[in-house]
Write a protein of this length. Sequence first.
Length: 134
Amino acid sequence: MKGITPVIAVILLLLITLSMTGFAFIFFTRIASTATNATESQLRTDLDRQAKKIVIDNVDATNAIVYVRNTGTQMIRATELAIYINGAKGTCTGTVFTDVSPGQTTSCDFSAGSCASGAIIKITAPGNFDELDC
């Protein structure tokens, strides 16, 4: 009987060690998987945002119209574009921004009085912004 007790103790210690190692492996695998998925999702979001870039083609101060071109590689929704006049958020009246495909332009009528000499028109998109003097 004295020879069996150390063998059983060694077997129990080995089983405990193996179960702890298995638990640690599964735990760290799940943590790594979660971190990888979150990083991939954020990277995809950032890349989509960077693919939505604009440039102001022209500002018609007489008719108070700004023309914006999509220079990115993805379509920009009208709701993703914003206009600022001298730092204050403006609104489009009459003609409003529409969804714009890559390489295409859209326009926005804004209040004519706000385009005074020296006023700065700024258009923002998810990937960048552009500004131009009236």
